[in-house]
Every structure is written in C-alpha cells, then in structure tokens.
Design a protein around this ligand. Structure first.
Ligand code: NAD
Length: 497
C-alpha cells in the first residue's frame, strides 16, 4: 500500500488502516509460507483489542529452513560477493521503498503495539530509511589496512562478512530496532535471519518483502515470526548461525550467551535493558528540563530501553520542579494511537499492562499522579502517566526496569550524591544531566557509567553515533560505523616477497 497524500487526521489514518494487509507467513528465500507445523499466534491491536492477523508461529524446523536459505545465499556469493556499488544501490533502493511505504509501515507498528502513528510516521520510518541509506553509503567507503610489517612482507588486513547473522528484536520500536541490526549486517555482506518480537512482527515481515523488491537476492534476508522459546531459542542454539545480535531484556540476553556456549560459540552481541537516571541540578534551565523529563519518561508509553525512568532532582528545587512535572504529566492526553492529537498511545498488550500495573500497585512510595489503567473509546490497554516519589534507594521502582509510563523521583543534595545515586544500578545504558555550569556538566557526565550521556537534553541518538550500554545493559553497539564491527571479521593475509 502506498499512501498518495500525507495522512494528517484521525479519519485519514483510520481510512488507511482499513486498507493495510498484514503479511503473516514465515518469509524464507523470498517467499511467504505457513509454518511447517501450521501453527499461528494472534496479533492483537492493543488500542482496540481487535485481532489484526493470525501470524505463522515459526518453530525449530522453520528456523532450520531459514538458516539453510541464508547459508545457501551467502555461499552463492549473490550478495556476499556482489560489487560494493551494487550492494550500495540495493540498500539505497530499499531506503527509498521504505519511504514510499511510510504510512503503511507506520500503521503496522502503531496497530501492532500501540505507539502513536504520527511518531512512527515522523520518526521511526524515516529513521529506518535513513539507516539503510547510511550503511549503503558506507559499503564502498570502508577500506582495509596494510600493516607496517618488516620489509619483504605485506600483511593485508581485510574485513570479511561473517556469514549467517541471526537478529532477535523487541517490540518497542519494531521496525527501527530490526533495521539497526539488519542494515549494517547486510551492508557488510552477510545473510540474515530476523526473529521479530511476537508482540509486533508485522513491519519486519513487510521489510523482508520490500528488501526483495529492492533487489536483495532471495534468501539474504529471511524473517521468522514466532515466540521466544520456540523460534528465538532455536536461532540462538543453531549450529550454522555465525553471529547472534540481540536487543531485548537482560534476562533474555543472558539466555543467548548460554545458547552460544551450548552450541557453536557463535558471536553474541547484546543490547539489553536499562534504568536510566535523569539528573537535574538547580542551576539548569528548569522549564526545558521539566519538558524533557516528561519526554524522557513517557515517550512511546515509557517503552524505551533508554527511558529516563529515574528522576534525580536537587533537593533545593525539588518541590517546585516536581509540582511542575506532575502538572505536565496530567496534561498528557491518552488517546487512540491513530489520532494525531493524542499525547500517549496504548500499552503493547494485556500481559505487559498487568506487569506495569503490578509495579505501580507494589510501589512503596507516594503516587503523585496517574497510576490507573484507562480505556479510550471504551476499550484498549492504556495506563496514565505515573509519577512516584518517596521511594527507598532499594525500592523496586528505583532498581528495576518497568518499561512503561512510570517515573520514580528521588532527591539529592550535592554532585557526589547525585553521581552515586545515578550509578547505583545494575544497568548502564543512558543518563541525562541538566546544568548550566560547564564544569559540572563535564565532571558529572564523565563520572556517569552509561553508554550515552545526554547533557541538557535526554536520550540523544543518531545514525552517526554508537548506541549501547555498560554493565547489564549489554555490550554491543548499534548505529554508527562501529556497528559494522559486529558483522565483520578481521582477516590477515601475509605475503612474503
Ligand atoms: P524480551 O527479552 O522479552 O524479548 C526480546 C526478543 O527475545 C523477542 O523477539 C522475544 O521473542 C525473544 N525471546 C524471549 N524469550 C526468549 C527465549 N527464551 N529464547 C529466545 N528468544 C527469546 O524483551 P521485550 O519485552 O521484547 O523488549 C523489552 C526489553 O528490550 C527491555 O528490557 C528493553 O530495555 C530492551 N531494549 C533494549 C534496547 C537497547 O538497545 N539496549 C532497545 C530496545 C529495547
């Protein structure tokens, strides 16, 4: 489906939604097919509770077929040995096709997991397109090396594609997080088997189809929708997968390390959870800090790995700052994700809604605003933006990832205490600092143990900069040219003359 005019109203989006036909098969060797078992799982729109599609539930035999197709395509050289110019053109065509199907892809993600369609349309889909263009451009610009060895020797260091890459992705930014893996893996010349999250597989299935339309040889990108234990585990355990790139929870990430150890020692790259602190000093631009604290906590219904879900605010300004924050949270309008005037959409499914509400019910603190489940037009999974204070440093809401619209507020007295509190976590994905003092900005940013520190903004990221964490947030880096390191092996060739 290609939208002819830019959709701008709820009526436009509703009309387009009726014309979207989700792809539902396992995508192997350029073709959709049923799962060999014939099993399916339901894709339900969390905003309405309506069934969107019955999607093939891939099992180990389907994963085997997908890995075999990927291996065959890799060995054929149709992509792995294609000229850099051809690989670049194909990825650029895919980038253009993604933009041509911008509304459709935005709708698929929005209906699958409840995000605001305008955010998917304005941010997620263009970012996915840009990333294929970015890695497409990189294909013919990255050189090998000649090492400075003794005379009479020539030591060439080249980057080789690694073979079959398994990519396992989460539901919160379904299209983008798939592309964060797939684009650099393909640019490096690998073949890929993508296992999207069962909560939101539809945009990944469409991506597989668009890639073939762009000219990617069949079998180079395969997509196996299915559940974690029945489709993700066989991919993680597969003896013919060379690299497994994972984004998801820390708990599942640990399983992939075990799968690799129990199978073929495949390389595993993990991008896992977070509990990112947002540290606000009294000398900051407090108006902007409050606005962005709301964004950092509640964007995408709080389902952001690097969500700023812990607010650390300097004690001297805490009362006024938190009152302002509460007022802003109360102004956010929960709404139909297809309604461009909505401020926050739906929670991905019933099970996650219960999980988030469980954190709120168990919270041993004061709920300053929110905390309740809501419906829109009498249906759907929605939770009010929730702000909680008065929590002990060991409280569950301070230490554990909720992955929903719940902000834990704490106060600090000075820089040292702020740094200690911010770093007191098993995670290390992101952190934000608000201050107009240059020296403080640098010293605090340097002391924070996080893969990305944003000063006077939150959650900054771009295609050009690496994204990933320290500690139990994982160790892989997505985005930027550094991501290519995960999908290439260095090979040294010595020539003696
Ligand atoms: P999840 O760990 O439940 O699932 C992620 C993927 O792993 C899904 O495809 C799922 O089917 C699969 N999976 C689940 N159990 C499995 C098993 N036993 N064996 C094999 N595969 C299995 O995570 P989620 O709920 O989809 O996503 C939320 C998590 O993702 C949060 O922790 C969030 O912080 C994290 N995340 C991290 C980043 C990052 O870049 N660091 C980005 C987005 C999300």
């Amino acid at each position: 489906m290609v939208a002819t005019a830019e959709p701008t109203t709820l009526a436009d989006w509703t009309d387009l939604a009726e014309r979207v036909t989700p792809r539902t098969g396992v995508f192997i060797d350029g073709q959709f097919r049923d799962a060999q078992s014939g099993e399916t799982f339901d894709s339900v729109n969390p905003a309405t509770g309506e069934l969107l599609a019955r999607v093939a539930s891939a099992q180990a035999d389907d994963v085997d077929a997908a890995v075999a197709a990927a291996r065959k395509s890799f060995e054929s050289g149709a992509w792995s040995k294609a000229s850099p110019a051809e690989r670049k053109r194909t990825l650029q065509r895919l980038s253009e096709l993604i933009l041509a199907h911008r509304a459709e892809l935005a709708l698929l993600d929005s209906m699958d997991m409840g995000k605001l369609v305008t955010e998917a349309y304005n941010v997620d889909v263009p970012s996915a397109a840009d990333l294929f263009a970015f890695y497409g451009e990189a294909v013919d610009k990255i050189n090998g090396e000649i090492a400075p060895t003794e005379p009479g020797n020539l030591a060439l260091v080249s980057r080789e594609p690694l073979g079959v890459v398994g990519a396992v992705t989460p539901w919160n930014f379904p299209l983008d997080l798939a592309v964060w893996k797939v684009a650099p893996a393909l640019a490096a010349g690998n073949s890929v088997v993508l296992k999207p999250a069962e909560q939101a597989p539809l945009s990944s299935l469409r991506l597989g189809e668009l890639a073939v339309e762009a000219g990617l040889p069949p079998g180079v990108l395969n997509v196996v929708p299915g559940l974690g234990p029945s489709a993700g585990a066989p991919l993680g355990l597969h003896p013919d997968v060379d690299v497994l790139a994972f984004t998801g929870s820390t708990e599942t990430g640990k399983k992939f390390l075990r799968y690799a150890a129990d199978s073929n020692l495949k390389q595993v790259w993990l991008e896992c959870g977070g509990k990112s602190p947002n540290v606000v000093f009294a000398d900051a631009d407090l108006e902007q800090a409050a606005e962005m604290a709301i964004f950092g906590a509640f964007y995408n219904q709080g389902a952001v790995c690097s969500a700023n879900s812990r607010l650390l605010v300097e004690q001297s300004i805490a009362d006024d700052f938190v009152a302002d924050l509460v007022r802003r949270a109360q102004e956010m309008r929960l709404g139909n994700p297809l309604d461009p005037s909505a401020g926050m959409g739906a929670i991905v499914d019933e099970s996650h809604t219960s999980s988030v509400l469980g954190f709120i019910e168990r919270a041993d603190g004061e709920i300053l605003t929110g905390g309740r489940r809501r419906q829109v037009d009498g249906r759907g999974c929605y939770i009010e933006p929730t702000v909680v204070s008065g929590l002990a440093p060991t409280a569950e809401l301070v230490t554990e990832e909720v992955f929903g619209p719940v902000l834990a507020v704490q106060t600090f007295r000075d820089d040292d205490e702020a740094i200690a509190m911010a770093n007191n976590t098993i995670y290390g994905l992101a952190a934000s600092v608000w201050t107009n003092n240059l020296r403080r900005a640098h010293t605090v940013a340097a002391a924070l143990r996080a893969g990305t520190v944003s000063v006077n903004t939150v959650d900054a990221l771009s295609a050009q900069t690496p994204f990933g964490g320290f500690k139990q947030s994982g160790f892989g880096r997505d985005l930027s040219l550094h991501a290519l390191d995960k999908y290439t092996g260095l090979k040294t060739t010595w020539i003696r003359f």
